[in-house]
Design a protein around this ligand. Structure first.
Ligand SMILES: NC(=O)c1ccc[n+]([C@@H]2O[C@H](COP(=O)([O-])OP(=O)(O)OC[C@H]3O[C@@H](n4cnc5c(N)ncnc54)[C@H](OP(=O)(O)O)[C@@H]3O)[C@@H](O)[C@H]2O)c1
Length: 285
């Protein structure tokens, strides 16, 4: 099948292209080739290529900056998705929209499943939730995939940031009162490859198994990298001076993935080991 991947030079998009190429004809697109906020250009580009599937990984992903430039965040997450959705109505493509655990407000005391009610706290989260609503209301053939805490070889992420700071001997202060899941982009890409063959369209939570606070995850990363002697100071979200509010507890229960007969993704600790090993290999992937 022909699969068009948006955001192909982003962290997730990169691995989706690589993983899907084993089984499908992949058309990678990135901003320099197609700005997805350009409606006419997006419609023309997608009509010409008529993909069977569009994996829409592109998006505005700077959670804190979104508070300063809400319109840019909505352009990057809503207008882009609106254009993709409109194009898919013409081409009949199945759309996979990547969303986030941040659609939840984090006040619940058990993991969030797909049928819990979203209540996004910040601008980024609101724009991702708005993108979800466009997909859900205009398409019949779609998957909305909420994921969390992505780490992969081809983008800025928490694991890389912790290791860089530790290696440079910089102090580490990490919030200890936000708990969530994490997801290796390679594992998510492989799950998406399986998901597109599932006849049950709808919303899915997809993360590696397990959850922890960012502080505990930082300690886990340092231990796995053999840097356990590096000290980390736990701090509260209030002490962390970021502009965007984040959910205190956004653990995603991968309920629909299990209900539809899929194997849970492996534990995060195993994925982390693979990621760290791949980081050691120049030009890996
Ligand atoms: N990272 C996480 O922890 C996380 C967690 C949950 C959900 N997600 C979601 O997962 C998806 C992938 O995240 P990621 O971390 O891989 O993101 P990323 O590395 O920031 O990649 C996003 C890509 O989208 C491109 N893009 C943005 N606006 C565009 C436009 N108007 N036209 C064309 N391309 C555009 C960006 O290009 P430029 O570089 O040129 O801007 C970038 O290459 C996003 O939808 C994100 O919301 C991420």
């Amino acid at each position: 099948m022909r699969v068009l991947v948006t955001g192909a030079r982003g962290m997730l998009g990169w691995d989706v292209c690589r993983v899907f190429a084993a089984r499908h004809e992949v058309i990678p697109t990135h901003r320099a080739e197609l700005d997805l906020t350009d409606t006419a250009a997006t419609l023309a580009y997608l009509r010409e290529r008529a993909p069977g599937v569009i994996v829409h990984c592109a998006g505005y992903t700077n959670v804190d900056q979104a508070e300063q430039e809400p319109e840019a965040a909505f352009a990057g997450n809503v207008l882009t998705t609106w254009n993709v959705v409109r194009a898919a109505q013409d081409t009949g493509s199945l759309v996979v929209y990547i969303s986030t655990d941040f659609v939840f407000d984090g006040t619940q005391e058990r993991p969030y499943h797909e049928f819990d009610a979203p209540r996004p706290l910040g601008v980024y989260a609101q724009s991702k939730w708005a993108g979800e609503q466009l997909v859900r209301s205009h398409l019949q053939r779609f998957f909305i995939v909420r994921t969390a805490g992505l780490f992969g070889l081809h983008g800025r992420n928490f694991v890389a940031a912790i290791l860089e700071r530790a290696e440079q001997g910089q102090p580490l202060r990490v919030v200890s009162d936000q708990v969530c899941c994490r997801t290796y982009t390679v594992d998510l890409a492989e799950a998406l490859l399986e998901l597109i063959d599932c006849p049950l369209f709808g919303t899915y939570h997809l993360t590696n198994a397990g959850y922890s606070s960012w502080y505990d995850f930082a300690r886990e990363i340092l231990a796995a990298a053999g840097l356990e002697e590096v000290s980390v100071q736990p701090i509260s979200s209030a002490a962390w001076d970021g502009p965007a509010r984040r959910p205190a507890y956004s653990v995603l229960d991968n309920l629909c993935w299990r209900l539809t007969g899929h194997q849970p993704l492996r534990p995060c600790a195993e994925a982390l080991r693979d990621y760290l090993a791949a980081r050691q290999v120049p030009n890996s992937h």
